[in-house]
Design a protein around this ligand. Structure first.
Ligand SMILES: Cc1ncc(COP(=O)(O)O)c(C=O)c1O
Length: 374
């Protein structure tokens, strides 16, 4: 069956981004590439393989099922599970040999009961106030883990709350100081912590002092800047030399073309009324596929030219104006995200139209849509 919508992933772009990070962080720092959320929408297994072939040492996922998929595909590198693993899934996590982030005594007790050797990373709360152990409770938590001979504290981690959304990095600096204090506290009490880590893409690009023993990069591995603010900070503080290449192109085909009269309404709610005769292309993509329903003033690219969206995005269909693209015909290729000649719809642009961000845009592209590595 031929696909009506598909995603193309550029191997060269992914490889280039990873190699660039490898050079930036040097050989003594581990590179843990985040492939959660279907590799930020790029396709978990193929992307994971390309990352490892290009220089990543570890992979990070959110959930255990993602780690299972990687192991089933024969990927045997260290896998770090960043999200919560339910108590009843801890045995499976131990069987898969994944590194777990820990912050609950209940999880530790259950791992102790299971008795299999496991490596854990303590998540330290430094200011994000999501997962993590308060610094005041850290020693008690680490001592609790010490009571179970099968559990090895391999690492400690934290996550920045406000490093990419601003050009003022004072909050991130405070979190970094707190992380350093937490490390000193544990090491001062005789704990050895081989792998300390806190850097996401923005931290890795901007601040070498966040590297410790490992970086956990996500968005930039796929060729997207974490935000405009990160890009501005980079230009201001570092300069040039670091270039990210977006790897993802989302495409579809024209399903129908028709010309409608002036004064006609288009789509649900009759939100758009034609001011003149309009040549309309119907596209077989909608919000079920991940094309945000909130977008009304967006464009797609056909034959290297922009075609404006008309009316509301439906569940499986959307309509665009091809009055200025007379060569457009049935089954011609349409770029929803990506470049065609001089025209480009970036994930960032799409995010602006959808009142969202590039992270959400690419992770929301429905998993069942085929990812083709080119
Ligand atoms: C705990 C953790 N580490 C690292 C990352 C990677 O962040 P980024 O994609 O900004 O590089 C994420 C992403 O959300 C995360 O949740």
């Amino acid at each position: 069956m031929s696909e009506l919508t598909w995603v193309e992933i550029s191997r060269r772009a992914l490889e280039g981004n990873i190699k660039q990070f490898r050079t930036l962080i040097g050989k003594d720092v581990l590179m843990c590439s985040c492939v959660k959320a279907n590799a930020y929408g790029h396709g978990l297994l193929e992307t994971a393989k390309i990352f490892l072939e290009s220089g990543a040492d570890w992979l990070a996922v959110n959930a255990l099922y993602e780690a299972e998929l990687l192991r089933k595909a024969g990927i045997d590198c260290p896998i770090y599970v960043m999200g919560y693993i339910g108590l009843d899934d801890l045995e499976q996590a131990a069987n898969l040999g994944v590194r777990m982030v820990v912050y609950n005594k209940e999880s530790i007790s259950r791992l102790g009961e299971i008795g299999k050797p496991v490596k854990v990373h303590i998540k330290v709360e430094t200011g994000n106030n999501r997962q993590g152990v308060l610094v005041e409770e850290l020693l008690d938590f680490a001592n609790f883990i010490k009571g179970f001979s099968n559990i090895e504290i391999e690492g400690m981690a934290t996550h920045f709350a406000n490093i990419e959304d601003t050009t003022d990095h004072s909050y991130a600096e405070k979190q970094l100081s707190k992380f350093n204090e937490a490390a000193a506290l544990l090491e001062g009490a005789g704990f050895s912590i081989p792998i300390k880590h806190c850097a996401n893409s923005a931290a890795t690009i901007l601040f070498k002092e966040t590297y410790f023993n490992m970086v956990r990069t996500g968005i930039a591995n796929y060729g997207m800047w974490p935000s405009n603010e990160t890009y501005v900070s980079y230009l201001k503080e570092i300069g040039d030399g670091f270039e990210l290449k977006a790897a993802l192109t989302w495409k579809t085909k024209i399903a129908q073309i028709k010309t409608i009269k002036a004064g006609e309404y288009i789509g649900y709610g009759c939100t758009y009324k034609t001011a003149q005769e309009t040549r309309l292309a119907i596209l077989p993509v909608g919000y079920y596929d991940g094309y945000d329903r909130g977008i009304s003033a967006g464009h797609v690219v056909i034959h290297g030219k922009r075609a404006a969206i008309r009316g509301r995005i439906c569940m499986n269909i959307m309509m665009v104006d091809v009055s200025n693209i007379p060569e457009a015909k049935l089954e011609d290729e349409v770029i929803l995200i990506g470049r065609d000649g001089e025209e480009k719809i970036s994930a960032e642009q799409f995010g602006t139209w959808a009142s969202s961000i590039n992270y959400e845009v690419t992770t929301r592209i429905n998993e069942r849509i085929e990812r083709i590595i080119i």
